[in-house]
Design a binder for this molecule. Sequence first.
Ligand code: PGA
Length: 266
Amino acid sequence: MQVIILENPEQVAQHASKWVVELISKKAKPVLGLATGSTPISLYKNLVRSHQEDQIDFSHVTSFNLDEYHNIDAENEQSYCAFMKDNLFDKINIDQRNTHLPTCNKHENPRTQGLAFEEKIQHAGGIDLQILGIGANGHIGFNEPSSSLSSRTRLKTLTKQTLQDNSRLFKADEYQPTMAMTMGISTILDAEYVLLMATGDNKAKAVNEMISGPLSAKCPASALQLHEHAIVVLDKAAASELTNQDYFIWANAEHQKINNTYGFFL
Ligand code: PGA
């Protein structure tokens, strides 16, 4: 696991956007895995700026989002589809026919929907770079604690903590879905590279368990310990409970030299 500790959330977003821009500039048919939530918003702002100011082209990009609420219309402003349009897709030149979310409506079978989503990812050649956030409870996507480490895209019931954490985004009288379709942990581990962003001290405990704790369904993000190319980009607050910070800061300075010479990707 490559752990990069930066000063503040802005630097985390800038660093993550460099990975995305390098990938889409290098590959003929890049496949991005995308995330929602507060953390990636500044990454998306950077990508929009790269498109507008540096003419970075997204027309050849395919994307797959980690998750979507169960039984929600794409037009509903609380849907992750609307989030992605507002924050990214409507502001860059991606072909929106090539953007995919794991949707499941009331009269659709979540099992066949999950399978179809997995098949679409395979058909696109697999995900090159999956962007992730982390929940305060260690979840990735909506793989809540106790999720099977070999799970695939499926319907999950959200925990009380996740519902509470996300309630800030809903108005008092607004319906907050309690279930979501989410890529499974195995789906995420299949990506060629994963890049997890975490900022703020409310993530510090989960970040330490992910990096230094036991591999356990108690902290689903700890499954990234099994990934060959997992990059974790943290601000100082999110890194504050890491026991071996000095090592990561030193190792990253060494990595930086390699990245500057050879780029981020193989
Ligand atoms: P956040 O959510 O970016 O809004 O903190 C991250 C997550 O729950 O995965």
